[in-house]
Design a binder for this molecule. Structure first.
Ligand code: F6P
Length: 462
């Protein structure tokens, strides 16, 4: 193997550059050239396939800084449609012209779905990333739980609770891909946000509803528990609005304020998707989720009743008892924490080794068990596919959530602890201390890496 390609696809995460650097370092040792494809699969869609050589003379380019958030290669949600034969032929031709002997795609479940047709052109492996922490399996065989129901002439996926009984012996150390790079940093942002919102809600006797990302997976909402919210609503548990309202009343009576975290994909027991009001989808078909917190606040006010808040004497209008905060894209951006940097680079290095070992269509995974701690491993992509060939986002295991308390469960705490116990390195806090209020920041504008990458960009001859 002389030359491999690497690309970052889907929504960005904080530790992508660390993954790329890990892959490049392993390639340097094996004297393999690494070509960075720009903007994910979109590079292959262009006749001249914009790319950058990431290790001239087998040394990583200086722009590849593992502490830098985002991705120096750029990312997009462009995916390869395996039914478009003309496009597939063009992509195959471009891969040949780039002289790639292998390809590493850094991405999540959408990317794993999209790389399947490329595996027929060149050996391809996935290095995982996603703040949603939804690439993986709670246990081997979980993908087999997906079944299709025929409804109104269409077909809808449904997860059959225990058709095989395979998850009866669920153990966190048997999870496939325990955590994905990017998740820890995003949780840091969320938990910090909850703590900041708390004191203002407390001072003004208000109810704060905080919306976090994660689509239909509740890992980010679960991780927010480190910020000690009073209540956490996850997309996996279909809550009853009257029960949630009653819980808010109890909490409010006790402490005169409340802090609620909700995942953007929360669903009520009447089937209402609180964040799916826009009805639009992204290029890979994911429903765009927004507005869950605002809709939840509105419904809670309706159920609790205006009098409850007006009689407290704190408000002139009951509506002002609520405020919402969407943590938003700060969850995805910025400098990765030590946990993410370290394991992202290990997973990237492992991906290169997988290609060197002749693997194709497989995933570099992060495993955890109490004896060995975190270790990297590899798993065949077919393990993640259901019987129809689809890959589904991992949802949190039901035992991680206590639906009576609307809070994390003991098993959930045990799951999070190994990831977060040492997630923040001393240099992470030192970096904030030294860099944020650097006097120089007031004099110099931000220097984008995109400008430097543009200077290094090469194109295929057409
Ligand atoms: O998949 C990652 C993610 O951050 C989701 O949690 C979120 O719903 C989505 O991306 C947001 O995407 P966009 O940046 O396109 O708004």
């Amino acid at each position: 193997m002389k030359r491999i390609g690497i690309l970052t696809a889907g929504g960005d995460t904080p530790a992508l550059n660390a993954t790329i650097l890990g892959a490049v370092r392993s390639a340097n040792e094996a004297h393999v050239e690494v070509v960075g494809l720009l903007n994910g699969f979109a590079s292959f869609f262009q006749a001249r396939a914009p790319h950058v050589i990431l290790n001239p003379l087998f040394q990583a380019i200086p722009q590849l800084d593992p502490t830098r958030g985002g991705t120096i290669l750029g990312s997009s949600r462009t995916y390869v449609n395996d039914e478009d034969q003309t496009l597939l032929q063009l992509i195959a031709k471009r891969i040949e012209s780039l002289q790639l002997d292998g390809l590493i795609c850094i991405g999540g479940d959408g990317t794993l779905n999209g790389l399947q047709p490329i595996c027929d052109m060149v050996p391809t492996v996935l290095a995982p990333k996603t703040i949603d922490n939804d690439l993986g399996l709670n246990f081997i065989g979980e993908a087999d739980q997906w079944v299709k129901d025929s409804q109104n002439e269409g077909e809808e996926y449904r997860k059959d609770p225990h058709p095989t009984g395979l998850d009866e012996n669920f153990e966190i150390q048997k999870m496939i891909n325990y955590a994905t790079p990017g998740y820890a940093t995003a949780v840091y942002e969320v938990a910090e946000g909850v703590r900041r919102v708390r004191t203002t809600a407390e001072s003004h006797h208000r109810v704060a509803v905080i919306e976090v990302m994660g689509r239909h997976s509740g890992y980010l909402a679960l991780g927010s528990s480190y910020g000690q919210p009073d209540m956490v609503l996850i997309p996996e548990y279909q809550f009853n609005i009257e029960e949630v309202a009653e819980r808010v009343r109890q909490i409010y009576r006790h402490q005169q304020h409340a802090v609620i975290v909700c995942g953007e994909g929360i669903v009520g027991d009447d089937g209402r998707e609180y964040g799916a009001t826009s009805g639009s989808t992204d290029p890979s078909g994911n429903v765009l989720l927004t507005g869950a917190a605002a809709n939840l606040a509105e419904s809670l006010l309706e159920s609790i009743g205006e009098d409850f808040f007006l009689s407290s004497g704190h408000f002139q209008s009951a509506k002002s008892a609520f405020f919402t905060r969407k943590v938003g894209h700060t969850q995805r951006g910025g400098r990765p924490l030590q946990f993410d940097r370290f394991y992202a680079s290990q997973l990237g290095g492992n991906a290169t080794e997988m290609l060197l070992d002749g693997e194709n269509n497989s995933v570099s995974t992060l495993q955890w068990d109490p004896e060995s701690g975190f270790t990297v491993d590899r798993h065949d992509a077919s393990l993640f596919r259901d019987k129809f060939g689809e890959i589904h986002a991992r949802t949190i295991h039901p035992t991680f959530y206590n639906s009576s308390l609307l809070q994390i469960s003991e098993q959930g705490r045990q799951y999070l602890h190994p990831i977060f116990a040492g997630a923040i390195g001393a240099e992470d806090t030192e970096f904030i201390r030294q860099s944020l209020f650097d006097f120089g920041n007031l004099y110099h504008g931000y220097k984008s890496v995109n400008v430097e990458i543009a200077k290094l960009t090469r194109y295929l001859e057409t």
